[in-house]
Design a protein around this ligand. Structure first.
Ligand code: ZN
Ligand code: ZN
Ligand code: ZN
Length: 361
């Protein structure tokens, strides 16, 4: 009898990876269980980033940035909010939100524009592009910043979302963070970015449409159902009082995780003080676990939310964290099918273990 060829211990053609589809998006990922890697395989010895000389976001250099549309200042018994104009720049600030010097989207060329902007055919990228300087301390990132400072950051997200979402030409506000040079952070000073766009970006609008269909069919919010379901799987990372954290079933990034509020709400404008603190704490705990597990890897995170009235019942805001541990190459770029070499189940278990081993503060 003819024997099948054997190469070492591995038989050719025997590898069967899992093919998974995203909950809502028409997006596929190959979970490469046959060449699965441990999360710690990605831990690199950090090459010391060159010290930024004269960081434009550090205190003392305010004059090289445009005037801030929002500044948080310490004040007796709380925070005082201010804005800068002309040559005036605040000192001793806790947080500043400034226009991006190289914006992807810019405000209307003249005031009249805002009235006629009912469609998205403006002929130019109208909107806003802002930089939120999260702390006066250059190295104060969410994983290691004081909880109180991170609460200020979340409150500033709220302030900017409230303001930007009221502009007639703004249909969406994307809040995101790039951490590390490889994840696109050209400045190492702790900062987030806020981009207001004149239409709902495709990934979000696809999620919205699928959730709307789910809501029509089941009479319930997809995300409300999802967090209950994922809490019963090995993909669960954290199930706190107000937020559930899990590695999504079809994660396209190794160690990807999502933070989803338990209370149904389309965006975070209605967060209570307690929920805001819980969100900041959840963000800090999970990003610290990622940092500890893989030696401070580059990552991006983005908040998905709805400000449009027609998505209030069916869409549910959440934050998605995308660690940058893999390189997307020819196959991913040409097909939109991704290969993830860390199973979401392994990712979740390792992150959960790291959180449990970390003393809370
Ligand atoms: Zn700095
Ligand atoms: Zn919901
Ligand atoms: Zn999403």
């Amino acid at each position: 009898m003819l024997q099948p060829p054997v190469f070492g211990k591995v038989q050719a053609g025997m590898a069967h990876n899992e093919l998974r589809k995203d909950y809502l998006l028409n997006r596929w990922v190959v979970i490469a269980t046959e060449r699965a890697r441990r999360p710690t395989d990605f831990a690199k010895n950090k090459t010391e980033q060159p010290k930024t000389v004269n960081c434009p976001l550090c205190p003392g250099n305010e004059h090289v940035t445009p005037p801030a549309m929002l500044v948080y200042l310490p004040s007796e018994g709380g925070i005082r909010k201010d804005k800068e104009q002309g040559d005036f720049r605040s000192k001793n600030w806790l947080l500043r939100n400034i226009p991006n010097l190289y914006p992807a989207f810019s405000p209307p060329k003249d005031a009249d524009d805002s009235k006629i902007m009912k469609s998205r055919n403006f002929g130019y990228a109208v909107g806003h592009h802002e930089v939120l300087v999260e702390s006066p301390n250059h190295t104060d990132h969410p994983a290691n910043m004081e909880l109180g400072q991170l609460v200020l950051v979340v409150n500033a997200y709220k302030d900017r979302l409230r303001d930007l979402s009221q502009k007639p030409y703004v249909r969406y506000v994307q809040i995101f963070r790039n951490h590390g040079l490889e994840a696109g952070a050209s400045l190492s000073h702790a900062h987030s970015q806020i981009v207001a766009t004149p239409f709902i970006p495709p990934v979000v609008s696809d999620e919205m449409e699928a959730s709307r269909n789910y809501h029509k069919e089941h009479g319930r919010c997809f995300f409300c159902d999802l967090i209950k379901q994922e809490a019963q799987t090995p993909r669960l990372i954290l199930d706190g009082g107000h937020f559930t954290v899990f590695a999504p079933y079809a994660s396209v990034h190794p160690l990807e995780f999502w933070i989803v509020p338990k209370r149904h709400t389309p965006n975070f404008l209605s967060l209570t003080k307690e929920e805001t603190e819980a969100f900041a704490q959840t963000l800090k705990t999970t990003l610290k676990a990622l940092k500890d597990l893989v030696n401070d890897p580059p990552y991006n995170f983005g908040i998905h939310l709805a400000i449009n009235k027609d998505a209030q019942d069916s869409y549910h805001w959440h934050l998605e964290v995308y660690p940058k541990l893999a390189i997307w190459a020819g196959f991913e770029k040409s097909t939109g099918i991704y290969i993830n070499t860390v199973t979401p189940e392994t990712a979740a278990q390792e992150l959960k273990k790291t959180i449990q081993q970390t003393p809370t503060d």
